[in-house]
Write a protein that binds this ligand. Sequence first.
Ligand SMILES: Nc1nc2c(c(=O)[nH]1)N[C@H]1C(S)=C(S)[C@@H](COP(=O)(O)OP(=O)(O)OC[C@H]3O[C@@H](n4cnc5c(=O)[nH]c(N)nc54)[C@H](O)[C@@H]3O)O[C@H]1N2
Ligand SMILES: Nc1nc2c(c(=O)[nH]1)N[C@H]1C(S)=C(S)[C@@H](COP(=O)(O)OP(=O)(O)OC[C@H]3O[C@@H](n4cnc5c(=O)[nH]c(N)nc54)[C@H](O)[C@@H]3O)O[C@H]1N2
Ligand SMILES: [Mo]
Length: 772
Amino acid sequence: MPEQIRRFPSLSHWGAFTAVTQGGRLIDCEPFARDSAPSDILRSMPAMVHSPLRIDRPAIRKGWLRHRHQSDGSERGRDEYVEVSWDEALAAVDSELQRVRAEHGNEAIFGGSYGWSSAGRLHHARTQTHRFLNAGGGCTNQAGNYSWGAAQFLLPHVIGTYAPVTGRVTDWNSVTSHTRLLIAFGGMPLRNTQITSGGAGDHPVPGQLERAAAAGIEFVVVSPTKADVPPGVRARWIPIRPNTDAALMLAMIHALITDGIHDQEFLQIHCVGFPALRDYLEGKTDGIPKTPEWAQAICDVPAETIRALARQARNTRTLLTCAWSLQRAHRGEQPYWASIALAAALGQIGLPGGGFAFGHASMNGAGNPRMEIAGPAVESGRNPTGSVIPVARVTDMLLHPGQQYEFNGREGIYPDIKMVYWAGGNPFHHQQDLNRFSRAWSRPQTIVAHEIWWTPMARRSDIVLPATTTLERNDIGGSTRDRYVFAMHQALAPVGSSRNDFDIYRELAARGGYEHRFTAGRTEMEWLRHIFESMASNWRDNGYVAPEFDAFWSQGFVEIPEPEKPFVLFEDFRLDPAGKPLRTPSGRIELYSEKIAGFGYADCPPHPAWLAPDEWLGSPKAAQWPLHLLTPQPAGKLHSQMDGGAASVDLKINGREALRISPSDAKARRIGQHDLVKIYNDRGACLATAVIDTGLKPGVVVLPTGAWFDAADEKLEIHGNPNVLTIDVGTSRLAQGSSAQSALVEVVLWEDAAPPVQALKPPKIGKWNRAA
Ligand SMILES: Nc1nc2c(c(=O)[nH]1)N[C@H]1C(S)=C(S)[C@@H](COP(=O)(O)OP(=O)(O)OC[C@H]3O[C@@H](n4cnc5c(=O)[nH]c(N)nc54)[C@H](O)[C@@H]3O)O[C@H]1N2
Ligand SMILES: Nc1nc2c(c(=O)[nH]1)N[C@H]1C(S)=C(S)[C@@H](COP(=O)(O)OP(=O)(O)OC[C@H]3O[C@@H](n4cnc5c(=O)[nH]c(N)nc54)[C@H](O)[C@@H]3O)O[C@H]1N2
Ligand SMILES: [Mo]
């Protein structure tokens, strides 16, 4: 008799689904019935949950087993692993934690553990890592994120909040009813709207775009690639050089001023600092008027196009939206500040369908109409050490303990890290300049990782603890930008000997004598009830009544109704600037910031400006490295998660990531369709498969992120991981964000034999043999 088929409500960052199991195996992930555009990534899951890439048992790197914290860290990535019992592994972690705490203090433990982890909020590995380390006396943590690190620290100075970059922008109902012209810097690539941090019940963007098309909204997509034009809408593509949007925006303001059509009343009543910005735009401060002709030389967009776009935007209801990618670049603060200044000069901030916005297609949920009520969340507690670095500066920290750095008006000193603890992230995915990072990674005495699969990070850690997937535990998930909250029922027994991150930490906390501080005395199900009830209490305070937990748990989800009135960003402030001021020092939009002026940063002046990035097509370095490399998000996966899954592997060509290159750049290098190529600069090199793209601005090449790092040495990465090429510098001293999108490279045909990719094959693991 065939085994019974069973079905469980579940959730991932790429959408809600029903987990279908048979005989203890996941056989299918059926999209949530109410999802209007489910993600293809779901199909990667069944095989990945049972993949030979799963970490079967706790494992310790041989060199570390022999020499403990005195082992040679540069062996990470080369050494073999041996399997050990859970007891042995946890004893090793516990004694290392105790040793480092006693000898070096808690701030010598790096527990930033950046990474997306799972959609379930209780078992969210990064949150649990913070909770566990905080309960044990603290660690060195990370501030900000890779997604919108520059915006997070700039926007509060300019508009008093960074909420708009989290998706709290003028909503799609307002857009489809009122917007006539939508200028999308960085475009609207639908691939990115598959993802919501915390998961989602619906993917509304394709439907919202259909309504926008039916409403006759004109889209102008400013981007280096035509692939960023969303399908089905009336759209115009303005090709632009990467990292030059700030110049284009400033020239649009200049054009408005020249025509005398900038909104003087809005600039005077709702903003401060326009006169200083105007002096800069007119060249009074540096002798260079920021005219459309000036911008043309920088952006390679015709001056007439810039002028016409400025006029068109002023004469109709216009929404500007910037992809998050614009600020994930060297000097990435500037295009964001400039877009706010441009929107201010257009005078439509706070009007339905007008003003500025961010990330409409950077993630599912930006501008999704939703009541402003809480989502499910777990408290990670306070970090007693107070030690924290800007997230993307991890390599600097590991390489330069004791060095001073500046960050948002304060000075910090990098701590001396002896132990790294990582769960739910993959720094060999997310960090820039991976060769430099690998050198930094060799320095700590001990590195502990919890992972599900043998990812590049797991293969470079000392003590590796196998974690469960979301299918193997009970959880609750959801985000504040989606109208559903989900019950996630355990569908499978833990695969292999894997354990939940929560249980691993509970056991370690018990060994360290602080179990109760970590668990608060709650079991898994008690936690889920607690998370739900905290959320429900916030809902009640906001006039919305949630069902009882038990009803929610058996129903599998709860739906939040759409708000009655469309949300318009800064509508209240527009109507009543004195009564509803912004949380900036002046209460108004700051086009000149006294606060930032006080920092005295040449790399982030007190008003938006064109600051040439270190690497761009107009920089001296372009003589040697003539191509600008963009590294967008991958279509077939979330970052590096499940790179070996079907949705990801099907988009690789000949087993490697695809590098898009323009026909003229390909021809000049005798590169043909699907040729194997090497992409390189003075930081590193990787191999990829060339795809010739007629919709790409010449001078620009595109290699998505996500391929599992596969390099035997610093000379060559062979799978197509672009982070061996990207630059590892902060956006500026203000935000210290990631500058991933600012890298110059050269590309050549690879004529040698094609080295086979190893990263997606499980490593050879030795059995426990103390004599080995
Ligand atoms: N060049 C370049 N680099 C970039 C970017 C770019 O645009 N260009 N983008 C940046 C951005 S915006 C981001 S957000 C980062 C993303 O960087 P990360 O968030 O670090 O990338 P992920 O691949 O999502 O890593 C999550 C890891 O957690 C593991 N995991 C999932 N669930 C669990 C769990 O329950 N327990 C445990 N223990 N592990 C789990 C997964 O297997 C995976 O290895 O990358 C950044 N890097
Ligand atoms: N499928 C999928 N979706 C994802 C993710 C994923 O891994 N996979 N990751 C999620 C995460 S964590 C994040 S933070 C978001 C990131 O969201 P974004 O930062 O918006 O995403 P990117 O794909 O890096 O960039 C979007 C587009 O910006 C364009 N672009 C790059 N540089 C410039 C520039 O200088 N000027 C202009 N005008 N355009 C430029 C590129 O052509 C690119 O296609 O995506 C989320 N969505
Ligand atoms: Mo991100």
